[in-house]
Write a protein that binds this ligand. Structure first.
Ligand code: SF4
Length: 418
């Protein structure tokens, strides 16, 4: 499924301990922990909901996903989700939510009644924008036409389908539970249910040729999709593929695949607006754009991460990863479902901001830095000069935007702000 920005390592440190750690570390470094400036306005707020189960675990997957138990504890999960949300409400009091993303795992394992209850719960507890983007991730192997229509009737207005490939051999190598015919059928079902559909594809798959990667992209584009997410398969630690690595295309071939996919998408009217995302005009993912523009998001559900700004500080939080432990803890309503709650210090903010913003092809206005972090631009002037002199950042003082070279060596560029 969609791979989200891995911003902070997961941690099981009890709530508040990290706030103290962050404060004492800042004091030791001679910086007052609240050296963050004041935010004059709060950024847009999104909500991410994590559904942790999948039919089975794919060998390349390092997400917080777990094989479905014999009986999916849907009601218990939704009770715990409600408890999680209710305990988080004071942190977002009075704020409007403009996007919701139900991700996983495989959210389409939940029944239509389950998704209806989830969205009714959000509406009764939160102030949702009238045209809030509400995305649900679905797996073609669990797609059913009636269920997709019911999700849409409950308020889902965007479906993100984890297609990955249209090649049965590749799908098998990836351990996916669907085949190419099921992927095609799922796209048609999703397009009948909602206007906005994203297709997730992967490239540089085991044994994949350039022609095969091009064929995958062409097939996806032939459905007239408004949004495409293309992920380079990488071997992540603690996965089956890390232990038993398959033979993957080398870097040069993978770069050729990437370039071909980008030109194909452009000829179908989808422009690359982020490292992995392509969209027709007006069809960018508003939810993901909010991450990249350093907006706020409340993450609920097992292992979910969040970032919430206040006028005088910014905090990151994460939930307990194990679904059973998270459910039990959330239902206790004593805060023990929070694995980590960390205050971002003034030293954290430049890297945290740039890690996200520089993923955007057009970058962001430089004024957004002060608006979102409360820090003056002068605090990053040395790093900006260094990035510009290395040819990694454009010399435009009004925008932070990676040059073609900077995009190619994005890690190097981002680390200049560490
Ligand atoms: S379906 Fe997606 S989330 Fe689930 S195991 Fe496979 S890659 Fe991971």
């Amino acid at each position: 499924m969609t791979k989200f920005i891995p911003i902070i390592p997961e941690s099981f440190t009890p709530q508040h301990a990290h706030v103290r750690d962050a404060q004492s570390a800042a004091v030791t470094a001679g910086v007052h922990p609240h050296a963050q400036g004041l935010l004059t306005s709060l950024p847009p707020l999104s909500v991410y909901i994590h559904v942790p189960w999948c039919v089975r675990k794919c060998p390349y997957c390092d997400f917080n996903s777990h094989q479905t138990p014999a009986i999916l504890p849907e009601e218990l999960y939704l009770d715990a989700l409600q408890a999680d949300l209710e305990q988080a409400l004071p942190s977002i009091w009075g704020r409007q939510v403009f996007t919701v993303f139900i991700g996983g795992g495989t959210p389409s394992l939940l029944s239509d009644r389950g998704i209806d209850r989830m969205l009714a719960m959000l509406r009764s507890h939160l102030s949702l924008w009238p045209d809030a983007e509400i995305t649900l991730e679905a797996n073609p192997g669990t797609a059913e036409a009636g269920r997709f229509m019911a999700y849409a009737a409950s308020g889902v207005n965007r479906i993100s389908l984890g297609v990955q490939s249209f090649d049965d051999v590749a799908l098998k190598a990836l351990g996916r539970i669907h085949d190419a015919d099921q992927a095609r059928a799922a796209i048609e079902m999703a397009q009948r249910a909602v206007k906005r559909v994203n297709l997730d594809l992967m490239f540089a798959l085991p044994g994949q040729t350039l022609l095969q990667s091009v064929h995958d992209a062409q097939t996806a584009l032939s459905f007239g999709t408004e949004h495409l997410s293309m992920y380079h398969l990488t071997l992540e630690p603690n996965t089956v593929f890390a232990k038993y690595p398959p033979t993957l295309p080398d870097e040069d071939l993978a770069a050729e695949m990437e370039d071909s996919i980008e030109s194909l998408a452009a000829s179908a009217g989808l422009l690359r607006y982020e490292v992995s995302a392509f969209a027709k005009p007006g069809a960018v993912s508003r939810h993901n754009s909010n991450y990249w523009e350093f907006g706020d998001y409340l993450g609920i559900g097992p292992g979910a991460h969040g970032k919430i700004s206040y006028h005088d500080r910014i905090e990151r939080a994460s939930r307990t990863r194990n679904p059973d432990l998270w459910m039990a803890a959330a239902l206790k309503r004593d805060g023990s479902h929070i694995a980590e709650n960390r205050l971002l210090t003034s030293q954290d903010l430049p890297f945290e901001f740039m890690l996200n913003a520089l993923r955007l092809k057009n970058g962001v206005p430089s004024t957004l830095y002060t608006e979102r972090t409360g820090q003056a631009l002068v605090t990053i002037s040395k790093a900006l000069q260094s990035a510009t002199s290395k040819g990694l950042l454009t010399a435009d003082p009004l925008r932070f935007q990676a040059t073609a070279q900077g995009w190619r060596f994005l890690n190097e560029l981002q680390t200049l702000f560490l």
